[in-house]
Design a protein around this ligand. Structure first.
Ligand code: GNR
Ligand code: NI
Length: 176
């Protein structure tokens, strides 16, 4: 297992639309395990493959609280079958947008179909934080970030800040 570097805003990789997984094999399970290790290290409660630079429709989630036993979930080629009309608001963050948090409104419940890490077709009815996290991660597979769900004013401020951070960190900018 290994921890992979995270792709950070405004890297255009985050805007790629990920490709369906064609085969659930050892290579894919290794990537899923590396993603779980990377997520636990961060720490975060979810991670999409594109956040480690892999444009594949794969995401991992673990909502276990500190002190609870780990509860890793692997979702391959997830699809939302149904979303509730009822909405809920959560304060979201993203490992690709470090230290920025904002409230996002989404459907409160979703029914999702996906392949598990054994390649077996599964369905899950999710509510609460699991529903929010699944939608946040499935957005990543489509090149969508949680800041796309906030006001343009706030989004432009965040993007500008991260563009400046990336520029200040870029090599060859040390003079002055
Ligand atoms: O760690 C994470 N926390 C979180 C909190 C509220 C809603 C969504 C998330 S997902 C995020 C990790 C991440 O960036 N996943 O893509
Ligand atoms: Ni995220």
């Amino acid at each position: 297992m290994s921890i992979k570097p995270l792709i950070i805003l405004p890297d255009p990789i985050l805007r790629q639309v990920s490709k369906p997984v064609e085969r659930v094999d050892g290579d894919l399970r290794k990537l899923a395990d590396d993603m779980l290790e990377t997520m636990y290290d961060a720490p975060g409660i979810g991670l999409a493959a594109i956040q480690v630079g892999e444009p594949r429709r794969l995401l991992v989630i673990d909502l276990a609280k500190e002190g609870e036993p780990p509860a890793p979930h692997v979702f391959i080629n997830p699809e939302i079958l149904e979303s509730s009309d009822q909405r809920s608001v959560y304060e979201e963050g993203c490992l690709s947008i470090p230290d920025y948090y904002a409230e996002v409104e989404r459907p409160a419940a979703v029914r999702v179909k996906y392949l598990d890490r054994d390649g077996k077709l599964q369905e899950m009815q999710a509510e609460g934080l699991m529903a929010t996290c699944l939608q946040h991660e499935i957005d990543h597979l489509n090149g969508v970030l949680f800041i796309d769900h906030i006001s343009k004013l706030k989004r432009d401020m965040v993007v500008r800040k991260f563009k400046k951070l990336a520029k200040d960190k870029a090599p060859g900018k040390m003079v002055g």
